[in-house]
Write a protein that binds this ligand. Structure first.
Ligand code: IMP
Length: 441
């Protein structure tokens, strides 16, 4: 049974939720491996819209087991709210949700430090989601973090909390001039959370290993995306976790040799939330049109997303860094009213033409896009279910993107609903999941 990773190839919000939701009925387990409640995965099922932040989208499929891996950071209050909302809508969590003992906790001082640090950074601010994700990973790397397993051991939890609160209060008071925290208040709240979450906390790496031995198929659900990855993204304007395919192994404890393939998810154009370089960013009326047609507002913060043309340099980079076997292209229909489309095929920097994504942040910041212009199709593709129904010019656009990024498309999404999808018969996705077409019914 195939174990497949799904990752974003751009700066997030590519529509991974829809792809994971389509594949979930064809796997036994969905595992999140990175990020925290900074993510917002939107899934539309019939008339119901679900926005999930920490729980894998597979939870909406009865019988699909969902794992929150050790690479994820968890805000227990926000997780419990999400769990309660799902239970109210009839979703069964018991026996379906498993949380890693080693996943780190987002503590109340983390969002406070996130916001305080952003305020101090001034024009170098990252534009974070303010959820405390970065500071939680700081503590993980600094080896003072508190993990899910600690929640189950009151004495140890108190000890770690006391150390952290004394350090963080000094930082908040003396460096950031911000409010401080009390151990007792946090302890009280977190011990209540512990009571709630205890039945779900377990050794998920061991479970995954046993399940895979028994022949279960696992999908690794990425959060954020390649260009937000801590090592491979547009540092420092990134998130603090390993959002690329390699993170699936470290963020769950599943060895890389047990992973069989990687699907990238890409929009037919590009968006970015928060600060940082964005070579193909659009301005003016075209940006407004794409934002409105694509509903480009953050699922977590509601912030308007920055919009840009398709960047094939980024696409090619994502193919290389993640080893993409195939790509799911989303939101083609958003481009239906564009007379001319631009595709960035290279960057120009100080007289040089760059066809590979540059590692040097100053080069990225100064990169000018080199565009190829492609005639728009000016006809509706929204809701298209067959490739043959697409206008010839839309098909040409798709062919050119595939050629430039060096990975074949397995599906083209033309709307938010499950059935607004074109599936390619001869793709790796069909080989892994021969019955995936049934998800479109
Ligand atoms: P953080 O992850 O909250 O620390 O934010 C760091 C950067 O990642 C900011 O630019 C955020 O806008 C961006 N970011 C974090 N999560 C997401 C996401 O789910 N979609 C898109 N951008 C995100």
């Amino acid at each position: 049974m195939p174990n497949i990773v799904v990752v974003g190839t751009q700066w997030g919000d590519e529509g991974k939720g829809k792809v994971v939701d389509m594949l979930a009925p064809h796997v036994n387990v969905v595992a999140r491996f990175a990020g925290g409640n900074n993510a917002g995965h939107t899934v539309v099922v019939g008339r119901e819209k679900y926005v999930l932040h920490s729980i894998p989208s597979g939870i909406l499929h009865p019988g699909c087991r969902c794992v929150i891996g050790c690479g994820v950071v968890i805000d227990p209050g926000s997780l419990i709210e999400e769990m309660e909302a799902l239970v109210r809508r009839g979703v069964q969590l018991d026996g379906n949700l498993f949380i890693s003992k080693n996943a780190h906790l987002i503590m109340p001082y983390h969002p406070a430090l996130d916001l305080a640090s952003e305020a101090k950074l001034g024009k170098r601010r990252i534009g974070t989601t303010g959820r405390g994700v970065g500071p939680a990973y700081v503590d993980k790397a600094a080896r003072v973090g508190i993990r899910m397993a600690d929640l189950l051991n009151e004495r140890l939890f108190r000890e770690k909390l006391e150390l952290n609160v004394s350090l963080k209060n000094r930082l908040l008071r003396e460096i950031y001039d911000a409010e401080t925290f009390s151990v007792e208040e946090i302890l009280d709240k977190y011990l209540r959370y512990a009571g709630w979450l205890a039945p779900y906390i377990t050794d998920t790496a061991l479970l995954l290993s046993r399940w895979m031995e028994a022949g279960y198929s696992v999908m690794f659900e990425g959060a954020q995306a390649t260009m937000l990855d801590i090592d491979h993204g547009t540092y420092p304007y990134i998130t603090s976790s390993s959002a690329t395919a390699g993170g699936a192994a470290t963020g769950t404890g599943v060895p890389p040799t047990k992973i069989h393939g990687v699907v990238g998810v890409s929009k037919a154009y590009t968006t970015r939330v928060g600060a940082g370089p964005f070579p193909t960013e659009m301005t003016g009326a075209i940006a407004e049109m794409i934002r409105a047609r694509g509903h480009e507002y953050g699922a977590t913060t509601g912030r308007p997303r920055r919009c840009g043309w398709f960047d094939a340099v980024v696409g090619r980079y994502a193919t290389r860094i993640n080893g993409l076997d195939t790509v799911a292209l989303t939101k083609l229909d958003v481009l239906d009213q564009c007379e001319t489309l631009k595709v960035c095929v290279a960057y120009r920097h100080q007289g040089e033409t760059l066809t590979e994504f540059p590692e040097d942040e100053t080069v990225v910041a100064g990169a000018e896009p080199v565009y190829e212009e492609i005639e728009g199709w000016l006809a509706p593709t929204a809701g298209a279910k067959n490739e043959a129904d697409l206008p010839a010019k839309a098909r040409r656009y798709l062919e050119r993107l595939e050629e430039l990024i060096g990975a074949p498309f397995c599906l083209i999404s033309t709307g938010a609903q499950r059935d607004e999808t074109i599936l390619r018969e001869d793709s790796p996705l069909m080989r892994w999941f021969p019955s995936v077409r049934s998800s479109l019914m």
